[in-house]
Ligand binder design. Structure first.
Ligand code: TXA
Ligand code: MG
Length: 334
């Protein structure tokens, strides 16, 4: 895969008002791994095929995020949600009451789920939501989950009109499906449901009291979870996948006993037959590297390697997010 096909940068932006034709164009955009912003009842989302790691990498690139955080996978039906996540009794109750609507459920990811590792930031959990907007028709037709964070550049405010999206992301995405202003203008409430506990991870439109009313039990705040100090922001260290192997970063060349996670051309001298080797991107494409990051770390773990030397990765574009992730993985463990 070459740079030109991978990057949405300098993409010509189409803005289409909602119509059958616009829906078909959006569908084709998702199918070829492109980026399409769409209206939900909360804020405009920046969508990509959640099962396509390169498409998800492009979302991070377009937002200019300095780190990877797990994204919400938007689905059309509860059945679709259940083919990717394990909805326990609490999750079922909340889904029945609030879906479609501004509630995101973080639940254990099913073994059989086809979601990309990058959409879930390598976690064993998945964030699912059925939006209450016309995009549901498209999700139904597409038949696969669409990963979508808010459609703004990192650090900017969330967009509630197509024009906001255009101002922030023109030249970085392919399409905006304009369906008028969002009704709510505030992101969905995010709760996790597993191990018999329900935890409020991000306050939003649906209030804690409303959740407790339906569940007839207390909803925990992140710091209460299992009595330990869990991170308030799910982007933080503990919620991330950490490989079993230890990592040595900026390694021009592996030494004896190390596996090599390469990026771009291999160093010479180098004997690939002696060293377990995976390449994030042979051509040095940073989007391809981001798309491969979590799955390559998992594969090296599965090979049973103890130490991984990681090639230097430049800081430009998605490089910063990849390095952020690698530094967390390389940091001393508790
Ligand atoms: O209203 C919304 O929720 C909008 C619209 C577009 O649907 N989407 C949105 O997505 O705000 P995003 O990606 O910006 O926010 C996702 C939130 C983040 O706080 C993220 O850390 C959390 O959900 N999250 C996602 N997956 C998670 C997981 N597996 N574990 C814990 N938190 C997770
Ligand atoms: Mg946001």
């Amino acid at each position: 895969m070459g740079q030109a096909t991978l990057s949405a940068k300098n993409a010509k932006l189409s803005i289409l008002s909602w119509s059958d034709e616009a829906r078909h164009t959006a569908l084709a955009t998702f199918e070829r791994g492109g980026l399409c912003a769409f209206k939900t009842e909360t804020v405009y989302g920046l969508g990509a095929d959640a099962t396509n790691p390169a498409a998800v990498a492009r979302v991070f690139e377009a937002k200019g995020r300095p780190s990877f955080n797990p994204l919400i996978s938007h689905v059309a039906t509860k059945e679709m949600a259940q083919s990717h996540g394990e909805l326990n009794e609490d999750a079922q109750k909340l889904a029945t009451e609030f879906w479609p609507g501004p509630l995101t459920l973080v639940v254990p990811r099913k073994e059989s789920s086809t979601l990309s590792e990058l959409a879930c930031a390598g976690l064993k959990t998945v964030a699912l939501r059925i939006p209450n907007a016309r995009i549901r028709e498209l999700l139904n037709e597409f038949g696969k989950p669409v990963a979508a964070p808010s459609a703004n550049r990192s650090g900017h405010i969330s967009p509630v009109t197509a024009q906001h999206v255009q101002e922030d992301l023109e030249g970085r995405i392919d399409l905006i499906l304009d369906d008028g202003p969002c009704e709510m203008g505030l992101e969905s409430t995010v709760v996790s449901c597993f191990d018999g506990e329900v935890t409020l991870l991000r306050p939003g439109i649906i209030l804690k009291e409303e959740l407790e009313n339906i569940l007839q039990k207390p909803v925990l705040s992140p710091t209460q979870k299992s009595g330990e100090k869990a991170p308030v922001s799910p982007g933080l260290l503990k919620s991330h996948y950490a490989p079993n192997a230890s990592l040595r970063l900026n390694a021009e060349c592996p030494i004896d006993g190390e596996a090599y996670l390469a990026f771009g051309p291999l160093p010479s001298p180098f004997s690939p037959d002696k060293t377990p080797l995976l390449n994030l991107s042979k051509s040095g494409d940073i989007i391809e590297a981001a798309a491969n990051l979590y799955s390559h770390l998992r594969k090296l773990d599965a090979m049973g390697v103890n130490r991984i030397a990681v090639a230097p990765i430049h800081q430009e574009g998605l490089g910063a997010a990849i390095n952020d992730r690698l530094m967390r993985a390389a940091a001393p463990r508790d």
